[in-house]
Design a binder for this molecule. Structure first.
Ligand SMILES: [Zn+2]
Length: 69
């Protein structure tokens, strides 16, 4: 099961808020602000941890899904 969750991120410069698919919060990624153009690289360790947790959640959802077959 592919998890689809929107997370909210805020531009550190202009404080504009963005919704982003949590799957795009990857260690090599960054937030490009449409408002002021500031590019903010994601925290690598944080992004890696988030993606690990997303995978765990997907596995749990798969387990739940199995019960319906
Ligand atoms: Zn901005």
């Amino acid at each position: 099961m592919e998890l689809f969750v929107l997370i909210k991120l805020r531009c550190p410069k202009c404080k504009k808020e963005f919704s982003m698919n949590i799957k795009k919060f990857v260690p090599t990624g960054s937030l490009s602000c449409f408002g002021c153009g500031t590019v903010t690289p994601f925290d690598e360790d944080k992004a890696r941890k988030v993606q690990d947790e997303v995978r765990d959640l997907e596995r749990q959802i798969d387990d739940i899904q199995e019960r319906f077959y």
